[in-house]
Design a protein around this ligand. Structure first.
Ligand code: ADP
Ligand code: MG
Length: 331
C-alpha cells in the first residue's frame, strides 16, 4: 500500500483486529474460520459503498462505518438470518487516522450490538474510498420445506397475503431532498430526525428472526417500495395492490406536498425497513410481534393472482404508477 504513512498491516492491526468470541479464527491468517451451528445454513450477502456514488466525502465517518455494516445486516434481516460475522474490503486514497478511528468505531459499535464479528478483509490504496462488506448469518434448516430452509425469501408470496411494512418510509429520501433544496425548509430538530434516518439506519434483525415461520416472503427496502415490491412479485409470480395512503410516514414527511410524499414513500430508497407478506389468518401474530419488539408494523395492501402492481388511495381511486426503482446503470 504505497503512499500510506501507517503501513497496511499496522492499520489493520490498529483498527480492524479484535479478539473474536464466536468465530474460531479472526483476522491475521490466510482465512478466518467460522463454525455455524449444527443443522443451520449460512446466509451470505455483499454490499458495496463507493464515495461519490453512495455517499459524499463529507459524510461523518462514524455514520459511514455504521451505515456500511447496517445495510448488510439489513439483508440478513430480510432473510430471517441471525448475524454471525463479516469481512471488510476497504480501499482508501490515503491514511487519515482520525477518519479511520471514527469509521471503525461506527462500524464496530454496530457489530457489537448485533454480535456480528469482523473476521477478516482486504485493505488497499485506491482512487476513492470504497467499502465492500460481506456478512455471514445463520438460519436453521427445515427438512419439511422444499428448499430445506427456514430463511425468508422473495419468492414465497401467495395470492391473498397481506403486505406489511415495518417502521415509517421516506424519511431518508426526504433528508436528501432537504440537502438538495427541493423540500420545504424544516426546523433544526425536524431535520436532525430525518438525517438520522438517512445516516444511521437501524437494521431490523429482530423482526426478521420473529418473521421466520410467520411471513411467506420478505425483502428489505433499499431501493424504494415500488421497485423492491416488484422483486417480490416477479419472483413469486403474483401481483399486488397497495393503498398509498396507508404507507406509514413521519409528521415531517406528512407536512410536505403530496407529490413529495409520494416520491419519498414509494420510491425513496435507503429506508432499510422490511416489507413482508403473511396470510390474513396471521394478522394477530404479526400485531403481537409488533408489540413485543416493539416496532410499528403496518398493513398496506394485498397480494393478488393478477400480475402487476396497482396503486390506489384511501378512497379507492387509482393512483398512477409513475415511479421506478433506482438502477445504477440507468440513473
Ligand atoms: P492476503 O495476503 O492473504 O490477502 P492480507 O495481507 O490481505 O492477506 O490480510 C492479512 C490479514 O488481515 C488477513 O487475515 C485479512 O483477513 C486481514 N485483513 C485485511 N484487511 C482487513 C480489514 N479491512 N479488516 C479486517 N481484517 C483485514
Ligand atoms: Mg489480501
Amino acid at each position: 500500500m504505497r503512499g500510506m504513512s501507517l503501513g497496511e498491516f499496522d492499520l489493520i492491526e490498529r483498527y480492524f483486529t479484535h479478539p473474536t468470541r464466536r468465530a474460531v479464527l479472526g483476522p491475521g491468517d490466510d482465512c478466518a474460520l467460522l463454525a455455524p451451528a449444527a443443522q443451520s445454513q449460512l446466509a451470505v450477502s455483499t454490499d458495496m459503498l463507493i464515495e461519490g456514488r453512495h455517499f459524499l466525502s463529507t459524510v461523518p465517518p462514524r455514520a459511514l462505518g455504521h451505515k456500511a455494516l447496517a445495510v448488510n445486516l439489513s439483508d440478513l434481516a430480510a432473510c430471517g438470518a441471525r448475524p454471525l460475522a463479516f469481512t471488510l474490503g476497504l480501499s482508501l486514497p490515503r491514511v487519515d487516522e482520525p477518519w479511520l478511528a471514527a469509521f471503525a468505531q461506527g462500524m464496530l459499535d454496530l457489530a457489537r450490538a448485533f454480535d456480528c464479528e469482523l473476521i477478516g478483509g482486504d485493505t488497499t490504496a485506491g482512487p476513492v474510498i470504497s467499502i465492500s462488506i460481506t456478512v455471514f448469518g445463520e438460519v436453521p434448516m427445515a427438512p419439511q420445506n422444499p428448499l430445506g430452509t427456514t430463511a425468508l425469501l422473495r419468492s414465497g408470496a401467495q395470492a391473498g397475503d397481506d403486505i406489511w411494512v415495518s417502521g415509517q418510509l421516506g424519511d431518508a429520501r426526504l433528508a436528501l431532498e432537504v440537502f438538495r433544496g427541493t423540500a420545504v425548509q424544516l426546523g433544526e430538530p425536524a431535520f436532525n430526525t430525518l438525517r438520522r434516518a438517512l445516516e444511521w439506519p437501524n437494521p431490523r434483525v429482530a423482526l426478521g428472526l420473529g418473521l421466520r415461520g410467520l411471513a411467506h416472503s420478505a425483502i428489505d427496502l433499499s431501493d424504494g417500495l415500488v421497485g423492491d415490491l416488484k422483486h417480490v412479485l416477479t419472483r413469486s409470480g403474483v401481483g399486488a395492490q397497495i393503498n398509498v395512503d396507508a404507507i406509514p410516514r413521519s409528521t415531517e414527511l406528512a407536512a410536505q406536498s403530496a407529490a413529495l410524499q409520494g416520491l419519498c414513500t414509494l420510491a425513496g430508497g435507503d429506508d432499510y425497513e422490511l416489507l413482508f407478506t403473511a396470510a390474513p389468518e396471521r394478522r394477530e401474530d404479526v400485531l403481537n410481534l409488533s408489540r413485543a419488539l416493539p416496532l410499528l408494523l403496518t398493513r398496506i395492501g394485498q397480494i393478488e393472482t393478477e400480475p402487476g402492481l396497482r396503486l390506489h388511495d384511501a378512497q379507492g381511486q387509482t393512483v398512477p404508477l409513475s415511479y421506478s426503482s433506482f438502477d445504477h446503470f440507468r440513473a
